[in-house]
Design a protein around this ligand. Structure first.
Ligand code: ZN
Length: 684
C-alpha cells in the first residue's frame, strides 16, 4: 500500500480552504480522507469514514468542541468540508454513560447536535469516533486486513502481524454497543496506534492527520506483507466447457430471470441493469473447483451485504450454441436462489422483536464459470457499485484462501446488517422515474432527432445506448447525458450485431429500441439511378430490419416484453415530388413495423412508429429550408410552421413522442404523427 501524503499538496489544500474560512484541522481532514477514499483497496462506496476533533465558533461567538465526522452519502474520494458535518462533542461523549441507546435515539441525538441543521446524517460509526480520545481517526475496510481477519483463526493471525501495535475488537454490529466496546478496549490499551475490528475493518489514530494516515498505510502494508508470505498456489480449476458461450449471449437470459414479475398480464416487471466484468483474477475465482464453497461463504465486510446480498447467484457454465440448455439450468439456479433467500429471511426474521418486511429476493451479483461476473442493480450506477464490491470480495477471498480458509460473519450478523434501517437508508428511497431499470438503444444518435431522443429517454430514467456511424460526433452531441456510445454502421449486419453485444455487456440487455438512423435520397422516380434507390433501401429499409431482428432476439431471450419504435416519415403515406428514393423504402419500413407487431405481439413486444415532418434538425438542412421557403414565397418561420396548428415541429417534439410511445403497453402497430397537423398525411 503506497503512502500518497505530500507536504506540498497538504499545504496547498490548507491555503485553499483558509480562503473559505475552513480551519487547518478540517482542511487536512479533507485531504487525507480523499487520499484514503481514492484507493479502492482501502475504501469502496461508503465503506469507511474519518473524523477530526476540533474547535469551532457558533453564531453567538462561543467556541465549542466539535467532532467533524464523515456524513452519510458522501464519497470519501471527493469529499468537501460540507461532507464532514460538525457535531457538538460533549453531548455525544456523555452518551457513553447510558446502558443502551436505540438506533432512532442515536440518530436523533446526532442530528440535534449538528451545528448546521441542513447537514447530512453523521456516519453510523459516529459514536465510535466520539468515544475515542484521539484527534484524528481513520477507518477503512482495507482488503488486506479483511483477508487476514476473515479466517477461522483471524484474531490469531492479526495478533501475529500486529502484536501490541493495535487492539482487537470482536465483531459487533456498528452503533452504540460497538462504540462502547471499542472505547472500553482502547482504555485498556491506551497506547495502541489503531484497532482491528474483527471481520469488519481497521481504525488508525493520530494527533495529526498525517500520523493517522501514515499509520493506516503502515498497518495495511503489514497485512499485505503477511499475505505475500506462504501463499499456496491458486485455485484448482474445475472442468469447464471447451467452447464457452459469450457474455452477450447469456446476459439477456439471466437478466430476464432476475427481473421480478410485478404483473405478467400487464407486462410489468422490475428489471435490473447488469454490468459485466472479467479478468485473470475473476476467472481464476469463478472457475475454481471449490468455488461453490468459497464464493458463497458470505461477504468480505458486513456493509457489502446491502450491495451484493449475502450470496451471489452461481449458475452452471454456459456452452456455446447450447442456450436452451443454459436457460433451463439458469432458471433452476435462480429458483433455488430465491428459495434459499426466502428461507434465510424466515429463519432470521423469527428472532426479531419487530418483524421485518422481506426485501426482494433477487441476486445482485452473478458469477459465471468460464466467463466472469455481473454486478446488478436498479441503475447502471448501482450495477457498477455491485460489480466493484464483488471484485473487492474476490480479492479478499482469494487472498484469504491463499493462506487459509475464508470465513465471514455469521448469517445472523449478516441479516442484522442487511435489514438494519440505517444501512438500507444508504440505498435511498427516492421514487423511481418511469423508465428507470430500462435499457434504451437509439440509432442515428449523432443527429438532431437521435440526440434529442437519447436525452428524453435519459430524463425519464432509462439507461441509454447511442449508436451512430460517427461515434465521435455522437459522443460530442450527447455529452450532457453520459450514455454508452457505440460506433455502428446500421447497414452492416456484423456491425449491428457487435453493437448490440456491446450494449448487453454494458447493461445486460435491451428493453427499448428506437430505430431512427436514416437519410434522404432524391430523384424523379422514372429517371433515378438504380444504385441510388438500392442505397436508400439499404439504410431506410434493410437497416431497420437488421436492428429490429437483433432487438427482438434479445427481447425474446429476456422474456420480459419490449418496445420497438421506428422513425418512419410522412413520405411513407404522403409522397412528395422527387422523394421516391426516400419514401419507397420508408413505406416498406411502415409495413415492416406492422409485420413485427403481428409476429411479436405474443412476446409482449409493442411495435410502433412516428411519422414526423418538416423538422429543422431532422433531415432538413438549413439550405433546404431556405430554398423551399423562397420557392413558396414564405418566410422561413412561416414555412416551418405551415401546418394545421401553425407550430414549428422540433426535434424535442419527436423525442417526446417516442417517449410517449415507449410508455404505452397496450398500443402496437400504430403510427403517431408529429407534423403539426397535415390531413394529407393522416393515416386514419
Ligand atoms: Zn466500518
Amino acid at each position: 500500500m503506497k503512502n500518497c501524503w505530500s507536504d506540498r499538496e497538504a499545504e496547498a489544500i490548507v491555503a485553499r480552504y483558509a480562503a473559505r474560512n475552513v480551519g487547518r484541522d478540517l482542511a487536512l481532514r479533507v485531504y487525507t480522507t480523499r487520499l484514503l477514499g481514492s484507493e479502492p483497496r482501502l475504501v469502496l462506496h461508503g465503506g469507511g469514514n474519518t473524523s477530526v476533533k476540533t474547535r469551532l465558533t457558533d453564531i453567538l461567538g462561543d467556541e465549542l468542541d466539535v467532532l467533524c465526522v464523515k456524513g452519510s452519502g458522501w464519497d470519501m474520494g471527493k469529499i468537501e468540508p460540507e461532507g464532514l458535518p460538525a457535531v457538538r462533542l460533549d453531548p455525544l461523549r456523555r452518551l457513553i454513560g447510558l446502558d443502551a441507546l436505540t438506533d432512532e435515539d442515536m440518530v436523533n441525538v446526532q442530528r440535534c447536535n449538528l451545528l448546521d441543521s441542513t447537514a447530512p446524517n453523521p456516519s453510523v460509526e459516529t459514536l465510535l469516533h466520539a468515544f475515542l480520545p484521539h484527534k484524528f481517526i481513520d477507518h477503512t475496510h482495507a482488503n488486506a486486513v479483511l483477508s487476514l481477519t476473515d479466517q477461522p483463526n483471524g484474531a490469531e493471525l492479526c495478533r501475529e502481524v500486529y502484536d501490541t501495535r493495535v487492539a482487537f475488537v470482536p465483531y459487533i454490529m456498528p452503533g452504540f454497543a460497538l462504540a462502547k466496546k471499542a472505547s472500553e478496549i482502547q482504555r485498556a490499551h491506551p497506547s495502541v496506534e489503531g484497532m482491528v475490528l474483527l471481520k469488519h475493518g481497521i481504525f488508525s489514530f493520530g494527533d495529526t492527520a498525517k500520523e493517522a494516515y501514515d499509520r493506516m498505510i503502515a498497518l495495511v502494508a503489514l497485512a499485505e506483507l503477511r499475505l505475500a508470505k506462504g501463499r499456496r498456489t491458486g485455485f484448482v480449476p474445475a472442468g469447464l466447457p471447451t467452447a464457452p458461450a459469450t457474455q452477450a449471449e447469456i446476459a439477456p437470459i439471466l437478466r430476464g430471470l432476475v427481473a421480478s414479475v410485478e404483473d405478467r398480464a400487464e407486462g410489468l416487471y422490475r428489471r435490473q441493469i447488469m454490468e459485466f466484468r472479467t479478468g485473470a483474477r475473476i476467472l481464476a475465482f469463478v472457475n475454481g473447483a471449490d468455488a461453490a464453497r468459497y464464493a458463497q461463504a458470505g461477504v468480505a465486510t458486513p456493509d457489502h451485504v446491502i450491495r451484493t446480498k449475502p450470496k451471489p447467484l452461481f449458475p452452471p457454465a454456459p456452452t456455446a450454441g447450447e442456450m436452451t440448455q443454459f436457460a433451463a439450468a439458469a432458471q433452476a439456479s435462480v429458483a433455488a436462489y430465491i428459495a434459499d433467500y426466502r428461507a434465510y429471511f424466515e429463519r432470521n426474521n423469527r428472532r426479531q422483536a419487530t418483524p421485518k418486511k422481506p426485501l426482494d429476493p433477487m441476486p445482485r451479483v452473478i458469477l459465471v464459470p468460464g466467463l466472469g461476473l455481473f454486478g446488478l442493480g436498479k441503475s447502471a450506477k448501482d450495477a457498477r457499485i455491485a460489480a466493484d464490491v464483488a471484485e473487492a470480495a474476490i480479492e479478499v477471498i482469494t487472498d484469504a484462501e491463499s493462506i487459509g480458509r475464508f470465513e465471514s460473519v455469521s448469517e445472523a450478523d449478516l441479516f442484522d446488517i442487511e435489514y438494519w434501517s440505517l444501512e438500507q437508508a444508504k440505498l435511498g428511497k427516492d421514487a423511481e422515474k418511469p423508465l428507470a431499470r430500462h435499457v434504451a438503444v437509439i440509432t442515428g444518435g449523432a443527429g438532431g432527432i437521435g440526440a434529442a431522443t437519447a436525452a428524453a429517454f435519459a430524463r425519464e430514467g432509462a439507461e441509454v445506448a447511442i449508436l451512430d456511424r460517427d461515434a465521435d460526433a455522437a459522443r460530442e452531441r450527447n455529452d450532457a447525458i453520459g450514455g454508452l456510445v457505440v460506433a455502428c454502421d446500421v447497414t452492416d449486419p456484423a456491425s449491428v450485431k457487435a453493437a448490440f453485444d456491446r450494449v448487453c455487456d454494458t447493461f445486460g440487455g435491451v428493453d427499448i429500441v428506437v430505430s431512427n438512423a436514416g437519410a434522404a435520397w432524391t430523384g424523379r422516380i422514372g429517371e433515378v439511378d438504380d444504385k441510388v434507390l438500392r442505397e436508400s433501401f439499404e439504410l431506410n429499409f434493410f437497416s431497420h430490419q437488421t436492428v429490429a431482428k437483433n432487438a427482438v432476439g434479445i427481447m425474446r431471450a429476456q422474456g420480459t416484453g419490449g418496445v420497438l419504435l421506428f422513425n418512419v416519415t410522412k413520405q411513407a403515406v404522403n409522397p412528395g415530388p422527387d422523394f421516391g428514393p426516400y419514401g419507397l423504402p420508408k413505406a416498406a419500413t411502415l409495413s415492416l413495423l406492422r409485420q413485427y407487431a403481428v409476429d411479436y405481439g405474443r412476446d409482449g413486444i409493442c411495435v410502433n412508429g412516428i411519422n414526423a415532418d418538416r423538422v429543422r434538425s431532422g433531415l432538413l438542412t438549413d439550405d433546404m429550408i431556405k430554398s423551399r421557403s423562397t420557392a413558396r414565397g414564405l418566410s422561413e418561420s412561416d414555412y416551418m410552421s405551415g401546418n394545421l396548428l401553425g407550430r414549428e415541429v422540433k426535434a424535442k417534439d419527436v423525442a417526446q413522442a417516442f417517449v410517449a410511445l415507449a410508455l404505452q403497453r397496450k398500443t402496437t402497430g400504430a403510427i403517431l404523427t408529429v407534423d403539426g397537423g397535415n390531413i394529407a398525411a393522416a393515416l386514419r
